[in-house]
Design a protein around this ligand. Sequence first.
Ligand code: MN
Length: 196
Amino acid sequence: MALGDYRRKRDFEVTPEPKGSKRAGSGQLSFVVQKHQASRLHYDFRLEWRGVLLSWAVPKGPSLDPKVKRLAMQVEDHPVEYGSFEGVIPEGEYGGGTVMVWDRGTWEPEVDDVDAALKKGELKFTLHGKKLRGSWVLVRTARGWLLIKHRDQYASSEDVLEQSRSAVSKRLLADIARENGGDVEKAAKGDAAPKR
Ligand code: MN
């Protein structure tokens, strides 16, 4: 796991995204879900592991309903500092658009060997976030990974995506775009995305 792919895709003279250098200092593992209005709205689900953020793009976003399986396409590892990035990636750059820290917190593996679980394609873990809590699983299939909520006290049929504000700033995507010179109209489409 390294940041070569991440850095190759970005021009750090242009984008405000972090280049990545620091390693995580605390013993706890962080997770973040970034709501990203790029060419298409999606949610980037990231788990800190071995000094980087393992990353999956979840087009429909996470669901608290254990019956719902959400496709999660694994993308390049991101720097741990990326978990604090909320702002605007300039149009024309990789992932151009507005990024919100939709949820963040810590995570714990529910398995003894995370590397073996990732290799096998089934990682069970617990999230301690503001919006996402309790037990989850990522399962690899032929089409990509699936992100699924386990049955527990945090499972729900409520649509958690209706909680559309930043976990760190309470802003909407349109607010973030406005304050960072982004495309406010495009960002507002993400705020008004149809409920699924
Ligand atoms: Mn993204």
